[in-house]
Design a protein around this ligand. Structure first.
Ligand code: SAM
Length: 286
């Protein structure tokens, strides 16, 4: 639909379908006409690429993606939006909507069934109430995707794109850096959405690495260690990790020595390699 980026047209469609926004489902729809074409251009899609979108809303971004990608599959939780999408995207034969909660979907199966033989990217304006869980699911499920280009709240963008080993980093920064390289693409003001949220947003791209960017012997242990280390980020790793993993101070000190890391360091001061080495040293000692 050509005029989908026009606020008057968006209001007309929503009114015609009697649609009311759900805060619980994180529904802030894009109304700034310049944002969606830019996101679609930067997500890495072309006529040989399949795009997985999460939360199409009324299809403003979907519309731009359908123009350039080979196929677009969008996962939408809100059943009320299905008739809206049928109207706004009716001109496209390369679009499919799956009415489901993305957190409960087997996305590897979706990709296998829908995008056979295609390179796949994710592009989405994510519902803010589950930004990190969705990103972590997309990465942890080890999907065959090249990149994730997503709109998130500005604060989340800063944390996701922070350097591991900097004050801004958190457990999610380490996790994202383990699987991908994160870059901030551009900022989007709160006035670009309807209804306008209380915070500004940013579009980021996570370029997914072929394999994890650091070798760890036990991923479960690595992520458990990261979680405990950052849950009490003001404490030394000696205190936070021993209590989080239930290991003795002696074992932790030995592991730190083996990994070349100071037990009095704080988690936010350690690099990805140091964190990987430490979890491997703990694995060897346990
Ligand atoms: N892409 C649209 C846009 O930019 O205008 C809408 C973005 S809005 C921030 C988030 C969308 O995600 C909504 O359409 C909402 O219904 C949908 N959503 C919320 N939770 C979801 C979930 N668990 N699974 C799939 N879609 C979800």
């Amino acid at each position: 639909m050509e005029r989908l980026s026009d606020i008057g047209e968006i209001k007309r469609i929503l009114g015609a379908h009697g649609f009311t926004f759900s805060k619980a489902m994180g529904q802030n729809f894009l109304i700034n006409p310049s944002v969606c074409p830019r996101m679609a251009q930067l997500c890495g899609a072309d006529d040989k690429t399949g795009v997985l979108e999460i939360g199409p809303g009324i299809g403003v971004l979907t519309n731009e993606l359908c123009k350039i990608a080979k196929k677009v599959v969008s996962v939408e939780l809100d059943t009320r939006l299905l008739p809206v999408l049928a109207e706004t995207l009716d001109e496209f034969g390369n679009f499919k909507v799956i009415n489901a909660d993305v957190m409960k979907l087997d996305l590897n199966k979706v990709i296998e069934e829908e995008f056979e033989g295609m390179d796949v990217v994710v592009c989405a304006n994510l519902p803010y109430y589950i930004t990190s869980p969705i990103i972590m699911k997309l990465l942890e499920d080890k999907l065959p995707i090249k990149a994730l280009t997503v709109m998130v709240q500005k604060e989340a963008a800063d944390r996701l794109c922070a350097k591991v080993g900097s004050r801004e980093s958190g457990a999610v920064t380490v996790a994202v850096n383990y699987y991908s390289e994160a870059e901030k693409l551009f900022s989007v003001s709160r006035g670009s959405f309807m209804p306008a949220p209380n915070v500004d947003s940013a579009v980021i791209r996570l370029n997914v690495a072929d394999k994890p960017r650091v070798d760890v012997k036990d991923e479960k242990l690595f992520f458990k260690m990261i979680k405990s280390a950052f849950a009490q980020r003001r404490k030394t790793i000696s205190n936070s990790i021993t209590s989080g993993l239930g290991i003795s101070k002696d074992d932790l000190n030995n592991a730190c020595e083996k990994a070349g890391v100071s037990p009095t360091a704080r988690a936010e001061a350690l690099t990805l390699e140091e964190l990987g080495n430490l979890s491997n040293a703990i694995y060897d000692i346990k």
